[in-house]
Ligand binder design. Structure first.
Ligand SMILES: [Zn+2]
Ligand SMILES: [Zn+2]
Length: 335
């Protein structure tokens, strides 16, 4: 049995299996969460700072020298990128084809000097330190008025696109706003409300997909989840930008991220996953506004022909079932 559900956010459709015929352990790629060191070497490990570009922003122990050991979190430019702030932003047309130059920033946030510690294994205070750094980078990049959109994300494991096993996140800052969340704009223009606020209202009333609730955040599996166990962490109060997160909210968010990731890792046998922060554009007057939120999606199945050709995702674990099992796992782990 399946239900084809409308993904309001992306203005698309998702095929959701509503039966429980497929167990999570039946999925073809249950694991492979870790990328190994390439020939035993890792440029993100402490002591190898000389193998990366110079640091942009860093938390380091007093008395330690720049670009040397002694740091706790380190932000550097991504060496392998198409974007540079030194490139002039321009657009052009060539017959029926159009293009833009690669103006933008691409940074890597190395979360820890230790090679083998994953984000969820860190104490919540350390995860909070990582998210404080992400906020500082967001605000700093937004100071450049040419930057219109800041995308923060994490690729963990081979099937999520991570080429290095050392735990890190990335930020891309762009001079234009991507079209990915166009459903939010359409909803606001036609209904007049924030789609995310309306989703929260309905899902709190009918809590089949709720996983956790804290003072300021809701953890839920969305109605039209594209990925099995896709989970969102959403601020309860309407807030446009991730950069607006308060100092008090960061430790609360860090605690939730630790719980959700630890439950996923335990339940799904250390899966590859992506974590992305969706946020409103910056430096745009009356731009398409978003209610910022975090999406986490385990990459249990390599997306293939159907998704690439039609844009339709197929999800074999219903979000209601995913929410139920995640909730159970979280209470087991914390209890
Ligand atoms: Zn390393
Ligand atoms: Zn809202």
């Amino acid at each position: 049995m399946a239900e084809i559900r409308k993904d309001l956010l992306r203005d698309n459709w998702v095929v959701i299996a509503t039966s429980r015929a497929v167990r999570p352990t039946d999925l073809p790629v249950p694991s492979q969460g870790r990328a190994e060191k390439v020939q035993g070497f890792c440029p993100f490990c402490e002591g190898n700072e000389g193998f990366t570009p110079p640091e942009i922003m860093v938390n380091r122990k007093p008395g330690t020298a720049e670009n040397g050991p002694g740091w706790t979190i380190r932000t550097i430019p991504n060496k392998y990128t198409a974007f540079s702030l030194q490139t002039e932003f321009a657009t052009g047309v060539n017959g029926i084809y159009s293009y833009m130059t690669g103006f933008g920033a691409h940074e890597v946030i190395i979360e820890t000097p230790e090679h083998d510690v994953e984000l969820h294994q860190q104490p919540a205070e350390k995860i909070a330190e990582v998210f404080e750094m992400l906020k500082r980078r967001h605000l700093d990049l937004a100071k450049n008025e040419k930057i219109k959109y800041i995308q923060t994300y994490k690729n963990k494991g081979l099937f999520a696109g991570a080429s290095l096993g050392h735990s890190h996140m990335q930020i891309v800052a762009l001079p234009y706003v991507p079209d990915e969340l166009k459903g939010l704009r359409t909803y606001a223009q036609t209904i007049g409300n924030c789609l995310i606020c309306d989703m929260l209202k309905q899902d709190i009333r009918d809590p089949a997909r709720l996983v956790l609730e804290s003072e300021n955040f809701i953890v839920m599996c969305p109605y039209a989840a594209r990925f099995a166990y896709e989970t969102w962490i959403v601020p309860k109060k309407h807030a446009l930008n991730f950069g607006d997160i308060t100092e008090e909210q960061i430790p609360e968010l860090a605690g939730l991220i630790k719980k959700v990731l630890a439950a996923m890792v335990d339940l799904l046998n250390d899966p590859s996953y992506n974590l992305v922060i969706n946020t409103s554009p910056v430096n745009v007057e009356n731009g398409p506004e978003t209610h910022w939120f975090i999406e986490i999606f385990p990459r249990l199945i390599v997306q293939a022909g159907l998704e690439i050709a039609t844009g339709y995702y197929m999800n074999l674990i219903s979000p209601e079932w995913a929410a139920e099992t995640l909730k159970e796992k979280i209470s087991q782990i914390s209890g």
